[in-house]
Design a protein around this ligand. Structure first.
Ligand SMILES: [Zn+2]
Length: 59
């Protein structure tokens, strides 16, 4: 049975597809680097769903 905690947010790295735990207070435009593949990532709003945030490579 999966726990469904509100603040337990994970996002997938677009490069290595690992799950990155988010604190829940990240903001759009914030830069994060993947701890696994060290790709610089930027937090963006999804084009399909504006309530959803996605990570994109930011070289
Ligand atoms: Zn990665």
């Amino acid at each position: 049975m999966a726990l469904n905690k509100k603040n337990d947010l994970y996002m997938n790295c677009p490069m290595c597809d690992c799950e990155l735990p988010m604190g829940g207070d990240e903001k759009v435009g914030e830069e994060i680097s993947c701890p696994y593949c060290e790709t610089p990532l930027k937090l963006r709003k999804s084009k399909k769903d504006e309530d959803k945030l996605i990570l994109e490579e930011d070289f």
